[in-house]
Ligand binder design. Structure first.
Ligand code: VG1
Ligand code: CO
Length: 542
């Protein structure tokens, strides 16, 4: 092998979004594209003598990209890289390995819930030594570096054999290939009551776990089937494929339709779950009942003490701003702190590091805790299983009792995808322009209490993030929020988040779309979504 310094030039558009840099795969495979971004990461975080973790969700180009990054890490003077066998690591497992081995961070190869394949999406993100996604100041510095880069360093030579466990070397750098599942499975076993869950499965409890041909397959088979004794075949679509079998690995009722149909059908098992491309998202479904992610966070917060890892109680609960306030009500009842952060897991890191939040969640099928610094799909599934085993009730009963106690935050998100960017921008600008005049006005019979563009001051380090989503809040706890996605790779995606609070005891069992109808009409009348975009219905409803 020989070390080379390659001249290069800045490539426009290498700006990380909500969760790393995501682009169409052919863009990432273009000349110097991956190399420029990775060198920019290394230039910002420093590499000499450092140890990093590396792995990805197995999508197309994952294996090639991993080889390039290993050779670049060696040429940049890193001491050691811990890499998942086959270059595979789920995002939460990568976060765990970063923390467990006290490394200097890690690179995760994934475009998460976006489809994968030669013509779909690829992504790269850097996680900090705490195991969490790099904060905005760091990703900004990486982006700035991509605009001035002139060279990158790489060893040229043969590939490392990533199928072989154990140590190999590139120049002076050690490459340790590790089992992607083992340490993560041990962590799960330390948090949850495996004997109780095993007994529940032995008693005939049936489950369907849809891994959507993405990275959680091997994790779910090992944990659910091998260690917890769930029936063989409980995990479906369990083999990770480079194109996720053509599926869209986003665990929501639209893209995990087969699971939804089964759970709503006559042969439904007791519990269903799905996770996304990189394993950090989860959808949970009971027999005949869908659990909205916002409700899931609230139920988990209210019941976490039933799991051994959380028996001592929670320090606090944090949710992203567009996530419903259901978790806040639980926090208030428990007498613990609650926090409202911008969208994206990176904003939870400081709260968890400071011991102020134990559980965190987003409406986008993300839940997690301070066991790692990423959201964690299988963790959420296991916490649900632990609660089901402890309470010996159905998902439907647990939800009904939860709403009876706390009231129900009806919630839905409407996504309008691939809108021309100029149209989306003018719509958002027009809405922002009205905000100051909205409070006090009545729309659809609801009085507007407040309207703003969400800004967040991190209570730990004081950093400020502005422009995080427009919210219009009505008297009585209803609201809508609008923001543009920061993970898409085509045009703009508008996310419209809708919420309405019903205190109960009446009116707790409506269809969410019906319950939210006045809020949906209010959003349309104020933001003129159809007028600006020409769309009269969303592409995805969750
Ligand atoms: C979306 C979700 C956000 C989530 C992010 C990454 O971002 O809304 O809650 O943290 O995806 O999830 P955006 O900017 O498109 O709304 V993952 O599982 O794709 O890394
Ligand atoms: Co994900």
């Amino acid at each position: 092998m020989t070390e080379r310094i390659h001249p290069t030039q800045p490539i426009a558009g290498q700006k990380p979004g909500t969760s790393g840099l995501r682009k169409k795969t052919p863009v990432f495979m273009g000349p110097h594209y991956l190399e420029n971004f990775v060198q920019s990461i290394f230039d910002v975080v420093g590499t000499a003598g450092k140890t990093f973790v590396l792995g990805g969700d197995g999508r197309y180009f994952n294996d090639r990209a991993a080889q390039v990054i290993l050779r670049m890490a060696a040429a940049n003077g890193a001491a050691r890289v811990i890499v998942g066998q086959g270059a595979i690591l789920s995002t939460p497992a990568a976060s765990h390995l970063i923390r467990l081995n006290k490394t200097d961070g890690g690179i995760i190869l994934s475009a998460s819930h976006n489809p994968g394949g030669p013509h779909e999406d690829f992504g790269v993100k850097f996680n900090m030594p705490n195991g969490g996604p790099a904060p905005e100041a760091v990703t900004e510095a990486m982006y700035r570096r991509t605009t001035e880069i002139t060279e990158y360093r790489i060893w040229e030579g043969q590939d490392i054999d990533l199928s072989r466990l154990g140590r190999q070397e590139i120049g002076a750098m050690a490459v340790d290939v590790v089992d992607p599942v083992a340490d993560y499975a041990a962590l799960m076993e330390s948090l949850f009551d495996f004997p109780a869950i095993r007994a529940m499965f032995q008693g005939g409890f049936a489950m369907r776990m849809d891994s959507m041909c993405a990275v959680t397959g091997p994790y779910a088979v090992e944990i659910l089937e091998n260690r917890l004794g769930a029936a063989k075949g409980t995990v479906v679509n369990a083999t990770p494929l480079p194109d996720f079998g053509g599926m869209h690995p986003d665990p929501n009722p639209t893209w995990a339709k087969a699971l939804m149909d089964e759970m709503m059908g006559p042969e439904a098992p007791d519990f269903g779950a799905a996770s996304d491309g990189d394993g950090d998202r989860n959808m949970v479904v009971g027999r005949g009942i869908y659990v909205s992610p916002s409700d899931s966070l609230a139920v988990l917060a209210a019941n976490a003490h039933l799991a051994p890892g959380y028996a001592q109680g929670l320090a606090g609960v944090a949710r992203s701003m567009p996530t419903s306030a259901a978790a806040d009500r639980v926090a208030a009842a428990l007498g613990i702190a609650h926090f409202e952060t911008p969208t994206g897991w990176k904003f939870f890191g400081n709260l968890m590091d400071a011991g102020r939040a134990t559980l965190c969640g987003e409406e986008s099928f993300g839940t997690g805790s301070d066991h790692v610094r990423e959201k964690d799909g299988l963790w959420a599934v296991l916490l649900w299983l632990n609660i089901l085993a402890a309470r010996r009730q159905s998902v439907a009963t647990i939800l009904a009792e939860h709403w009876a106690r706390f009231g129900r935050n009806y919630y839905s998100r409407h996504d309008f995808e691939a809108i021309p960017v100029e149209k989306a921008d003018s719509m958002m600008a027009a809405l922002r322009g009205q905000l100051a005049a909205l409070p006090g006005r009545t729309v659809e019979g609801m009085q507007i209490e407040a309207a703003d563009d969400f800004a967040y001051t991190d209570p730990v380090d004081g950093s400020v993030s502005t422009g995080q989503g427009v919210r219009v809040i009505f008297a009585g706890g209803s609201r809508f929020v609008m923001r543009l996605s920061g993970t898409g790779t085509e045009g703009a995606t508008l996310r419209l988040y809708l919420e309405r609070y019903a205190p109960g005891p009446e009116g707790l069992t409506l269809d969410p779309q019906e319950a939210l109808a006045p809020v949906i009409r209010a959003a349309e009348s104020l933001a003129r979504i159809s007028g600006f975009t020409g769309r009269d219905r969303p592409d995805v409803v969750t």
